[in-house]
Ligand binder design. Structure first.
Ligand code: SF4
Length: 90
């Protein structure tokens, strides 16, 4: 993964607290910024890979990232039961 993606994120010019909101309204504000960010995908994968459980990353809230990880785990378990290789990251 390109380690320089963070510098290209739209959050680089925003107050950090914008991406660590304390309520649902703040989460939606951060997600709207992320929606236009050119490095949304690597940002989300970084948060998922590193189990970052605070803040909005890659356009996803903490709850959304937990759901993605859970779905990936289930997919990997299913693939393992079927004896298949999987590229699912979790
Ligand atoms: S997706 Fe959001 S949190 Fe990630 S780099 Fe872009 S603006 Fe920042």
């Amino acid at each position: 993964m390109d380690p320089n993606w963070m510098a290209r994120g739209l959050c680089a010019n925003q107050p950090p607290e914008t991406f660590f909101p304390s309520d649902g309204v703040g989460v939606e504000v951060a997600k709207r910024i992320c929606a236009k960010c050119p490095v949304k995908d690597p940002c989300l994968e970084h948060a998922l890979s590193n189990r970052i459980d605070h803040g909005v990353w890659g356009g996803c809230s903490e709850r959304q990232r937990r759901r993605i990880l859970k779905a990936r785990r289930k997919e990997a378990e299913k693939a393992a039961r079927l004896g298949r290789e999987t590229s699912v990251k979790f």
